[in-house]
Design a protein around this ligand. Structure first.
Ligand SMILES: CC(C)(COP(=O)(O)OP(=O)(O)OC[C@H]1O[C@@H](n2cnc3c(N)ncnc32)[C@H](O)[C@@H]1OP(=O)(O)O)[C@@H](O)C(=O)NCCC(=O)NCCS
Length: 163
């Protein structure tokens, strides 16, 4: 398995993983099916200094992707980034998420960023555990701020110091 910056030809694979998470999970709080154009925007906006878009590739298959970008548009937040990490169903629980998140943390530290923030649906045990095991601290839960599949969702903030 190789972890490297995402390129245009990875986007159909990234889209498949993203679409599955939209359709079947509460990790992404929308029902709107994603598009290839949306993934092109994601790649373009995360391929500039201070941001990152990575893929995990195994036998030419994109098995995961991850990114970080600005946490908030206002300039006072410029040393803080927000991450995301997704692993293809059937490939989860094999250390791919951990490798992607480790690479994100290393990249954001090298970029001179100060704090990485993860916004996680509070019931997402895999993601909470992944982030905890790589040094993220629980920064609190916002109760019932989201909804999907006919139920309220809680949002857990987790933060990690970078430099
Ligand atoms: C969350 C996710 C990124 C984790 O990646 P992964 O490759 O499956 O996880 P890893 O194999 O690297 O394991 C990382 C940690 O999570 C734990 N974990 C993995 N799957 C788990 C599960 N289903 N339940 C509980 N813990 C789990 C592992 O035990 C490991 O913890 P440890 O380091 O304390 O042993 C992945 O499962 C995924 O893409 N899920 C769907 C989308 C999603 O929820 N994305 C995150 C949005 S915030």
């Amino acid at each position: 398995m190789q972890i490297r910056p995402a390129i245009e030809s990875d986007l159909p694979g990234v889209l498949e993983i993203h679409a599955d998470a939209v359709a079947h999970s509460t990790a992404i709080w929308t029902d709107e099916p994603p598009t290839l154009d949306g993934r092109r925007d994601w790649l373009a906006t995360h391929s500039v200094a201070g941001r990152s878009a990575l893929v995990a590739v195994e036998d030419d298959l994109v098995v995961g992707y991850a990114s970080y970008g600005p946490f908030h548009a206002k300039e006072g937040y410029r040393h803080t980034c927000e991450n995301s990490v997704y692993v293809r169903p059937g490939h989860q629980g094999k250390g791919i998420g951990r490798s992607l998140l480790q690479a994100l943390i290393a990249g954001a530290s090298a970029d001179g960023l100060h704090v990485m923030v993860a916004l996680i649906e509070a019931g997402n045990e895999a993601s909470v555990r992944l982030h905890s095991s790589l040094g993220f601290d629980d920064a609190g839960v916002l109760r019932e701020v989201g909804t999907k599949f006919g139920r309220w969702l809680d949002l857990r903030y987790m933060t990690r110091a970078l430099s």
